[in-house]
Design a protein around this ligand. Sequence first.
Ligand code: WQD
Length: 377
Amino acid sequence: AEEMIPTLSRVLVTGGAGYIGSHVVYALQQTRRYKVVSVDNYHNSFPASLTRVAQLARDALPENPSEADKESAEIDALQCDLTCPEQIREVFERYGKGGIWGVVHIAAYKAVGESVEIPLTYYTNNVAATVSLLQIMSDFDCTRIVYSSSATVYGTPPVIPIPETTRLKADSPYGKTKVMSEMIIDDLCHAEPDRWRAISLRYFNPAGAHPSGLIGEDPRGRPGNLLPLLAHMAIGRVDDATLKVFGNDYPTPDGTCVRDYLHVLDLASGHLLALDALEPESSVFDNCPDDARYKAYNLGKGKGMSVLQIVEAMRKATGFDFKYEIIGRRRGDVPDLTANPTLAEMELGFKAPQTLEVMCRDLWNWQTKNPQGYTQQ
Ligand code: WQD
């Protein structure tokens, strides 16, 4: 097993090469407290993202970096298919029992529409893989996990802004994989309250990119999400440059859906705070029912923006004159997903200060510097 420098804790990030994952790896490295291992199947990501993240870490090192500093700027970037338990086991064997301090589990398929068409692929990749990961973590005495969940677990929420106490009621197979994984982790923490500490982070709508323009969202194929699609339109990667707005007959100010967009780096900072909350001295779990050390937090700004407001913000950021036409509603869409972020703010010290203008500016900076995304390199 690889030796660790005592001052660093090794953290495994699944999906580390992806849009969220690469920004979380970046944030971990900036603290110089962690040695990062990334596992990714590169199904919807590129190894190049981690090469660039490591470059950012090296660039940020002090004049005379210590051995630990240098070590913290290196990433073990491993290709691994989490649906194969043996591949997960090989990763843990490499570092030995106790060699991995904690896991940030981000890897998942995430297209709502696709999940309706191929549910078994989603249950295998998002749920069965999570069970395998948890089992092998336990076998190697790694019992701290930050789990990437999603606002989609709320379905159509009865209360806006949405508190974490809202009942979980996902409508799509994708959303159900998130609910099921949260419940599996919760059950594990109840079964072994003295061993496991876990936090689920319910992402609202991450957007933007690191201001260097070196890393960003680069989905394979045509983007399903609004912001990367608008960026592709403005850079000329989409031949049909008319945005189809999925319905303007929702009970919202301008009839189009409202979402809570937060900067991906603010989202990433929430993961650092969640890892801190898994330390023994943290008070986050003090009042947990039956001592199970499991909690879920919303990561959002608490500010909703409509589709048309996003189009306007991107028009300003890109100078591109977007055309749009209103068509029918998209299956699975809900009128408004705006977070009540106060629990994460109070208990984790979470903040998401960056504005929509900065998100659009950083997204456009990434897109103009990488017109074809990572595949260009
Ligand atoms: C935002 C709004 C669309 C495209 C999804 C997942 C969620 C998370 C983030 C994983 C919606 C509208 C979009 C278009 C449109 N993924 N839209 N025309 O649906 O809020 O969340 O991605 O965690 O789980 O559900 O994000 O960017 O797809 O859509 O009108 O061509 O833009 O209807 O209202 P969404 P989105």
